[in-house]
Design a protein around this ligand. Sequence first.
Ligand SMILES: Nc1ncnc2c1ncn2[C@@H]1O[C@H](COP(=O)(O)OP(=O)(O)O)[C@@H](O)[C@H]1O
Ligand SMILES: [Mg+2]
Length: 228
Amino acid sequence: MTKRYGEHLALEGLDLTVGAGEVFCLLGANGAGKTTTLNLFLGFIEPTAGEARVAGQDVRQDVARARGLIAYVPELVMLYPRLSGRENLDYFNTLAGRPALSRQESTAWLTQAGLAPGAMDRPVGGYSKGMRQKVGIAIALAKGARALLLDEPTSGLDPLASNELSETLRRLSGEGMAVLMATHDLFRAKESGTRVGIMKAGHLVETRSTQELGHAELEQLYLTHMRG
Ligand SMILES: Nc1ncnc2c1ncn2[C@@H]1O[C@H](COP(=O)(O)OP(=O)(O)O)[C@@H](O)[C@H]1O
Ligand SMILES: [Mg+2]
């Protein structure tokens, strides 16, 4: 995929496949093209050349289908503060035209997303950022999403919340979810990712498996690309 804004190349010749069971972490400085990549898969923007495919089909051919299969967890998940996590899940699920969830079902989705049982019926207004993210993930799971796209999900999370998110993403990928996330967090990328990709000025300049890479090595690799 290539994405051009006038004379400016936001993304050039990106060739990236994220399979079921993978957690692919996009790294790179601000402006490298990470969000552009996510937006292309979500059909929020269209590529200048090439195509974004979700489950094999060009997103442009059927944006609604693509958005049904993927879930986007933004940096700040927008929820109704007076409603509880469970009520927010119920509301967004109904809004998506799906059958109402039983209490057992909503508990199951929220639990899978990592929310503690004691928090489920408390108003979201008192939730931390990490807890809101969990409700966002539960909404994604309830709609049957096969892929999760996250944009800088760990920015502003405390280490415990970051760790919980890593664990949740690992677990979901183990159940066949495809995960693509943009992040500045090298440590978390190594912890939760199966692969990392380093982007620089619209190009994916390096792709590595996290298994073959230590924390210090990943940092060195990143810095080498940023300085080079
Ligand atoms: N709507 C837009 N119009 C013009 N340029 C844009 C637009 N959106 C993004 N860009 C440019 O595309 C490049 C990639 O941006 P982005 O994907 O947001 O980077 P990242 O998420 O890696 O920080 C940047 O140079 C940015 O200024
Ligand atoms: Mg971005």
